[in-house]
Design a protein around this ligand. Structure first.
Ligand code: FES
Ligand SMILES: [Fe+2]
Length: 448
């Protein structure tokens, strides 16, 4: 039970009625992240993206702009494109059923035996053009909403946009993109990535170089936390001594650990100073980042379907999607890694595939190109192995409701907003009603 008696009902994690309510009030009313601009650079380039029951087409048109269309023929409702999620190419959209042909801008062109249709209908573009949905660009990504009347993207993002801009995410490129299919509700996975209280138990290796009591800030309907890297947790044994993980951090920022004279708690500052010294010659956005951002992992929740975990040299987008077969106890989890490339550096094109949860070791699935991180694959594997067990708990008569600590307050904030939309709040009102905290807090206290 949270503040003011708010209760996260376990039924929300498996009930079909609740899933339908979420689709109507949340998923179809908010903005989501779609493909990356670089995925469809030229005219005719497409990107197919599923979201629950909908298959969505993003198409680069002859005028160079990207449009979004529902993947459905206006004649009798056949799916136009049948491929898997991901990039594709077409000169036009031809329906396999009766041969209607649509241009890349969605307008209906050729219709076999056109004269057999009522001209008032067949010549009415509103009636026959592919139905579109709104798209906008931000941070090198194409975002979309299925709500014609939703607020503009920048208004939706609010203060998060300003937090993200110094990272120059538009300069990064996709290094790897994998989709995990889990037998759990989308919120089960979302919750697991929305707090770092679990680091000390599930990911104890992180404590060697980073804290788990991450400062948290609410940013309207969105939120963030950051984990200080180069500063071992006080829960870590011998946390005042250098350890291999800290030495690796020093090395990565160009400091020789053998000659480093500071204490373990000095590593974070040393890393910041080293990167500050490289900012004018670096491909990484050091120059626009704060000192803290030069060392730490900044983790943003973008309501309702995305986390960005940002490091100075790369970032991970974690995108949550409803499963196409409508089962609220299944979901897709997209794990997308992006990094700016050094001058002359190339990485092999990423190979997107869907991996069933637990089917294969995460470490064997993810490829980091030149950005390999020694423990992130292992840490992600620990999360992946867990979520389907938590899902079972939501179904158990032995479980009442989550009991949340201050380190988990982003969860209550998130569920409250989902619940408010389901109970009829308008998105605009919700954005206005949510607090913006400029000073993040740990355990209810402002971080100095
Ligand atoms: S359903 Fe597409 S042409 Fe008939
Ligand atoms: Fe985790």
């Amino acid at each position: 039970m949270g503040e003011g008696g708010f209760r996260i009902d376990p039924e929300w994690y498996w009930s079909r009625d609740r899933a339908d309510a979420e689709w109507d009030a949340v998923w179809t009313r908010t903005w989501h992240m779609g493909p990356r601009e670089e995925d469809l650079p030229e005219e005719g380039d497409l990107f197919l993206h599923s979201l629950g029951p909908e298959s969505l087409i993003f198409a680069r048109g002859r005028d160079g702009s990207v449009r979004g269309f529902y993947n459905v023929c206006r004649h009798r409702g056949n799916r136009l494109l049948l491929g898997a999620d991901g990039p594709a190419f077409a000169r036009n959209f031809t329906c396999a059923f009766h041969g209607w042909v649509y241009d890349l801008d969605g307008k209906l062109g050729h219709v076999p035996y056109r004269e057999r249709f009522d001209p008032a209908k067949i010549d009415d573009a509103a009636c026959t053009s592919l139905r579109g949905f709104r798209t906008e660009s931000f941070a090198g990504w194409i975002w979309f909403t299925l709500d014609e009347d939703a607020v503009p993207l920048r208004e939706f993002l609010g203060p998060v946009a300003e937090w993200l801009e110094p990272y120059h995410m538009e300069r990064a490129t996709i290094v790897d993109y994998k989709t995990f299919e889990f037998a759990c509700n989308w919120k089960t996975t979302f919750d697991a990535f929305n707090e770092s209280y679990h680091f000390q138990s599930l990911h104890p290796e992180i404590l060697a170089w980073g804290n788990e009591d991450a400062p948290i800030g609410l940013l309207g309907i969105h939120s963030f936390m950051y984990n200080e890297y180069g500063s071992p947790s006080t829960l870590y044994p011998e946390h005042d001594k250098l350890n291999p993980a800290l030495e690796a951090l020093l090395q990565a920022s160009g400091i020789d650990p053998a000659t480093f004279e500071g204490k373990a708690s000095d590593v974070r500052r040393a890393v910041q100073q080293a990167k500050r010294g490289q900012q004018d010659s670096s491909v990484f956005p050091y120059a626009s980042l704060s000192d803290g951002q030069l060392s730490d992992a900044y983790h943003f929740m973008l309501f309702p379907s995305l986390h960005f975990n940002l490091f100075p040299e790369f970032y991970v987008a974690m995108r949550y999607r409803l499963h196409p077969d409508g089962d609220p106890e299944k979901m897709y989890f997209d794990f997308i890694m992006c990094a700016p490339l050094q001058e002359g550096e190339t990485v092999p094109p990423y190979e997107h595939r869907v991996v069933r949860g637990g089917e294969q070791e995460v470490g064997d699935v993810l490829e980091w190109g030149a950005r390999s991180h020694p423990v992130v694959n292992q840490v992600l594997g620990q999360d992946v192995d867990l979520v389907e067990h938590v899902q079972k708990g939501m179904r158990s008569r032995g479980f009442d409701a989550p009991i949340l600590s201050s380190d988990e307050r982003r969860l209550e904030h998130f569920h409250r907003n989902v619940d408010a939309l389901i109970n009829g709040a308008s998105l605009k009102d919700l954005i206005a009603a949510n607090p913006v905290e400029d000073k993040p807090t740990t355990g209810g206290k402002v971080k100095e």
